[in-house]
Design a protein around this ligand. Structure first.
Ligand SMILES: Nc1ncnc2c1ncn2[C@@H]1O[C@H](COP(=O)(O)OP(=O)(O)OP(=O)(O)O)[C@@H](O)[C@H]1O
Ligand SMILES: [Mg+2]
Length: 345
């Protein structure tokens, strides 16, 4: 997808709170509007802080279930029995303390979306019970013999690599295949660095206290943001900007105000570009292209940050014709104006 083929729903998402123009990100969410109109289950995977919950909410609020509840549950926060209790609810007298009937989250989500976060922590018993919910669209409260019909869309999220979910026994394969009708892989921030200026600007306006004078990121701060590897992804960037807002002493957030690790930007902190997985069976030619594209994208984003979005100077440094550089920037969805000084405020 490039800038000219952006569908209207995408602009609509961006005007709400979902920021991202990098090709890796756009490709990851390209099917989102059609997925949102379906009843099929979805697994969203990605490292911590990549925006899985935000995407789950986007699926819900841009789909046909928007007027019904969005009900999140973190599968890793409950003991086995408490999780069952949360999900399915109980009848009066189902156990010693059950003085009243209590509806579970599945019933609460009726008509809407049940968001199962950290699906990899789902206990085996709950996995079997959920299988029935997905398959027959029915469930039974604890202590009840009555089967209830339910109309919900299930969206699950995990930061465990998908291939490990089933292979390492974290998820039953029958449940996995029922959930993974659609799979959305969210890229880590280091693979969409060109989005950093826009995301930083978004967090700056989101977190600037109303009583505080406007703030801008200094050139050095922008360069530091571009060179960090962001193991905590977008959430880490958001926290760094909040820190910068509160530590800045003038109208500008300096690089030091961000309190990024001292080594940010040094070669030692860059991710190993040859990170290869034992489970990756794609041909060499595909991996090589991916590696080269990853390098080009990062290089160009750095180049623009260094030259404040000035294409002529960037082309000179890169040893390329201006037009050729323009073509490359277009290929990676990089907008030079986003790198001009003060552009991210
Ligand atoms: N594309 C984005 N545009 C704007 N804000 C984003 C984007 N992606 C993530 N965020 C923000 O970053 C923070 C983390 O996002 P979210 O909670 O969705 O991540 P997550 O993948 O669910 O993380 P975890 O795996 O740790 O649960 C949130 O405040 C969210 O609003
Ligand atoms: Mg989350």
């Amino acid at each position: 997808m490039n800038a000219k083929t952006v569908p209207s729903w995408y602009d609509e998402l961006c005007t709400t709170n979902l920021i991202g123009n990098a090709r890796t990100f756009r490709e990851a969410i390209a099917d989102l509007p059609r997925i949102a109109q379906s009843d099929a289950s979805i697994i969203i995977c990605g490292e911590t802080g990549t925006g899985k919950e935000l995407i789950a909410r986007a699926v819900h609020y841009h789909g046909k279930r928007a007027d019904f509840p969005f009900v999140p549950i973190n599968c890793g926060s409950f003991t086995d029995t408490l999780l069952e209790e949360e999900l399915f609810g109980h009848e009066r007298g189902a156990f010693t303390d059950a003085r009243n009937r209590r509806a579970g989250l599945i019933a609460e989500a009726e008509g809407g979306t049940l968001f199962l976060d950290e699906i990899d922590s789902l206990p085996m018993k709950a996995q079997i019970d959920l299988l029935r919910v997905i398959q027959d669209r029915t469930f039974r409260a604890i202590g009840s013999s009555v089967q209830h019909k339910v109309n919900i869309q299930i969206v699950a999220a995990t930061n465990v690599p998908l291939e490990d979910l089933v292979r390492r026994g974290r998820l039953r394969s029958d449940l996995y295949y029922r959930l993974a009708v659609f799979v959305i892989h969210l890229p880590p921030l280091r693979e969409r660095k060109e989005d950093i200026p826009a995301l930083a600007g978004h967090f700056l306006s989101k977190h600037l206290p109303p009583a505080k004078a406007p703030l801008a990121l200094s050139h050095e701060a922008n360069v530091a943001l571009m060179s960090w590897r962001w193991p905590g992804n977008v959430r880490e960037l958001e926290n760094v900007i909040i820190r910068g807002i509160h530590l800045a002493r003038s109208g500008t957030i300096g690089a030091a105000d961000l309190r990024l690790p001292k080594s940010a930007g040094t070669a030692a902190q860059q991710p190993d570009p040859y990170q290869l997985s034992h489970t990756d069976t794609r041909p060499m030619v595909v991996l090589k292209r991916e590696l080269i594209e990853g390098f080009e994208r990062r290089y160009l984003a750095h180049l623009l940050a260094r030259h404040d979005g000035n294409i002529s100077r960037a082309a000179q440094t890169a040893g390329k014709e201006r037009r050729e550089l323009g073509r490359l920037l277009h290929k990676y969805g990089l907008d030079p104006s986003a790198y001009r000084r003060g552009a991210s405020v």
